[in-house]
Every structure is written in structure tokens, then in C-alpha cells.
Ligand binder design. Structure first.
Ligand code: TRP
Length: 377
């Protein structure tokens, strides 16, 4: 296993075994400590999402401040996003499920940005028609998760995005080329759209304040790889008279191939897509999910397995087994050797397929209601 020295976390690449404590130090973010948990719990009537309890969302910026504002009765909104480069996969759903929980608990407005422009600019093989149609496709998954249509706006960057450009240029004017090079590591061959792009991703972090004509706090849930964008946003927005956005960040859901890196669409065998059939899910998990089990059943019964490197267990922990007591039993049984690797996989297959069956139905139905989410902006 590679150590953390070899790991890499940028908005466009995550590889190696990520040391999340080191990332926090390097990025300068705060851990989600007991104080934060307590004030959150006071506001949600005692409910703490399992992704918080289990450290899936593990770090933040200014969350304590935001919760104080909420306590004082201040309004706030949520912002998250997705770069549509392919069908949605299970890894993408992790922050969305959590964002939905936040919306439900706080009755908060959500802006969901689909950055088809980003995927066009950063990917040699995608044209604008493709990225736009993928944005519409991915939007169905957002609707299917059950976000409140009255509180949710899906913003496709290249589609009726009249408000986006006039705000993006204000941000762009405050960012130098050298900041972009230092933050994202682009070299001389980068196209100029890539250099400009981060200003587009910052706009939703202030757009509600622009619309309201007064500052409204914003909370952004995201996978920690997106942090460089929001470091820049937090630097620039105050210089334009806006608040710094608060944020809450998650770890990555590992690819099927092992607990290093993150699930990525570029290796279809390492990801499960929301559009995969039940038999494809079964085959992928049985064939590719890295196992923390022993080489033979006898050895496994005697010595037990290692859930920390077992991808099926990790997926149950991160997304598919919300019940702490059940998860603990699965973990204990695996370590003791009474639960076999194939049985762990079977548990996961059952969960994923139950989830996808329903999701695929809801996704079909979402075609009728999508327009309610794509408001003029
Ligand atoms: N850049 C992100 C991606 O490639 C998409 C995105 C845009 C995003 N705005 C966001 C992600 C806000 C999280 C939060 O997926």
C-alpha cells in the first residue's frame, strides 16, 4: 500500500492512500469536533446524520460561525455541484445525500451547480453538446434523491445562465494568473478557459446575496478535493463585499479496486453507475471489489478479515448501512472470521441493488418534474 507521501488530491486527480489528518493541516481546515456536533444537534432536535457520526464528513470551515448565525435566526443557503463528465456514480451521491439531509433539517434553499463548461474545458474528448446532455442526465439523479423543488435550483452553467457571467467577471478580476498557477499547478499549455474557470465555481457562493441585495450566509458541502476552488472564493468574496462561504467536507468513496484514490468514471470497473443493472452491480462487486478477507475460508475463519481495507465494508459504512448497531455487528463478525468475504459482498450487492431499483424508478419519473428545478437564473 502506498503511503500518504505518494497520495495526491487536486480537483482533477485523487490518487494514493489519502491521509485526511494531513490534508486538514495542509489545507488549513478545522476538524468537526464535539462542540460543532453539539451545536448542530441542538439545532436538529438531536439528530446527527450517520455520515457525521462516522467521520465521512470530517472537516469544515466556519461551520461554528454559521451554526451561531442559524441559532440567532439568520437565514442561510446551501450550495453544491457536480461536473457532468459521465453518468452519475455512487461516489457522487455521498455528498448529495448529506446535502439533502441538511436541506430537510434546516429547510434551506439549495443551489446545485452543474458545471458542463468545466468538463468541456478540462476534457479533450468531450464536446459542448455532450457535456450539456450529461448535465441534463445528471440532473435527473439530483431530482430523484428527493430535493424539495420549491427550495432547489439546478443551475446548468451553459444553459440560461444569464446571471453567471456578469458575476464571474467580478470575481475573475480579483484573481491573478499567478494565484491560479500556484493553486492549481497549471502549466503553460493550459487553455485560458481552465484558468478562468474557478471564478465560475465561485459565483453560486454569493449569488443569493446578489439577488437579495444583502449578505446571506452560504454553506457548501463538498468532497475535500474541491477545496482549492473555495480557498480562492473565501479570499476574493470579502473583497467584493460578500461573506466568506462556510464549508463542510467529506472523504472520498473508494473505487471498487481498493481503498486508495476515489471512485472515478474513467475506470468503469472501479465505479458503479446509477444506471447499472442489478446483474452488472452483482458482477462488478463480486469480481472487482477489493476484499480484506483471507485467501482461504479456513484461514479466514481462524484469523478473521480486515474491514478497514475491505471495499464492500467501506461502502456499507460510508453510504449503505445507516444503522450503527448493524454496521458494528458486520464489522465484528468480519474481524472474528464468522462473516466471510463473499457474504460481505452479498450484503453490499443486496443494499446497492435495493437502492438502485428505487433510484432508477425515481429517475424516470424525474423527467416529468425536472423543469421545476431548472429555474431561469
Ligand atoms: N468542480 C466540481 C466537479 O468537478 C463541480 C462543482 C461545482 C462543485 N460547484 C461545486 C462541487 C460546489 C462541490 C461544490 O465535480
Amino acid at each position: 500500500m502506498k503511503d500518504s507521501e505518494n497520495s495526491k488530491v487536486t480537483p482533477w486527480e485523487v490518487s494514493g492512500r489519502v491521509d485526511y489528518d494531513k490534508i486538514m493541516t495542509k489545507f488549513g481546515t478545522e476538524p468537526i469536533d464535539q462542540n460543532i456536533m453539539n451545536s448542530l444537534s441542538r439545532l436538529t432536535g438531536g439528530d446527527i446524520h450517520f455520515m457525521l457520526r462516522r467521520g465521512i464528513f470530517f472537516t469544515h470551515r466556519d461551520l461554528g460561525w454559521l451554526l451561531d448565525q442559524i441559532k440567532k435566526g439568520e437565514n442561510f443557503y446551501l450550495y453544491t455541484g457536480r461536473g457532468p463528465s459521465d453518468h452519475t456514480h455512487i461516489g457522487h451521491l455521498v455528498p448529495w445525500v448529506f446535502t439533502k439531509w441538511l436541506q430537510d433539517k434546516f429547510h434551506a434553499k439549495l443551489i446545485f451547480q452543474l458545471t458542463d463548461d468545466e468538463k468541456f474545458l478540462f476534457n479533450e474528448n468531450l464536446d459542448t453538446e455532450k457535456t450539456h446532455s450529461l448535465a441534463l442526465d445528471n440532473a435527473l439523479d439530483i431530482v430523484a434523491l428527493g430535493f424539495d423543488p420549491k427550495l432547489t435550483e439546478i443551475m446548468i452553467d451553459t444553459d440560461r445562465s444569464g446571471l453567471l457571467y456578469p458575476q464571474a467577471i467580478k470575481i475573475a478580476k480579483k484573481i491573478t494568473f499567478s494565484t491560479i498557477k500556484a493553486t492549481f499547478g497549471f502549466d503553460q499549455s493550459a487553455n485560458i478557459g481552465m484558468i478562468f474557470y474557478t471564478s465560475i465555481q465561485s459565483v453560486p457562493a454569493m449569488i443569493e446575496s446578489v439577488r437579495a441585495g444583502k449578505n446571506i450566509p452560504c454553506l457548501i458541502p463538498y468532497g475535500i478535493d474541491q477545496d482549492p476552488h473555495f480557498r480562492i472564493a473565501r479570499d476574493v468574496l470579502p473583497r467584493l463585499g460578500f461573506l466568506k462561504p462556510a464549508s463542510i467536507m467529506s472523504i472520498f468513496i473508494p473505487p471498487l479496486s481498493g481503498v486508495e484514490g476515489k471512485m472515478s468514471s474513467s475506470d468503469p470497473n472501479s465505479a458503479i453507475f446509477v444506471t447499472d443493472s442489478a446483474s452488472v452491480v452483482k458482477r462488478k462487486i463480486n469480481k472487482y471489489a477489493f476484499s480484506g478477507g483471507r485467501t482461504s475460508v479456513e484461514e479466514h475463519r481462524k484469523l478473521g478479515g480486515n474491514p478497514d481495507i475491505d471495499v464492500s465494508y467501506q461502502w456499507l459504512r460510508i453510504m449503505f448501512e445507516p444503522d450503527d448497531a448493524k454496521l458494528k455487528k458486520i464489522r465484528d463478525d468480519y474481524i472474528s472470521g464468522s462473516l466471510l468475504s463473499g457474504e460481505m459482498k452479498a450484503l453490499l450487492i443486496e443494499r446497492v441493488n435495493a437502492f438502485l431499483k428505487r433510484h432508477q424508478e425515481l429517475r424516470e419519473r424525474a423527467k416529468d418534474t425536472l423543469h421545476e428545478f431548472l429555474a431561469e437564473h
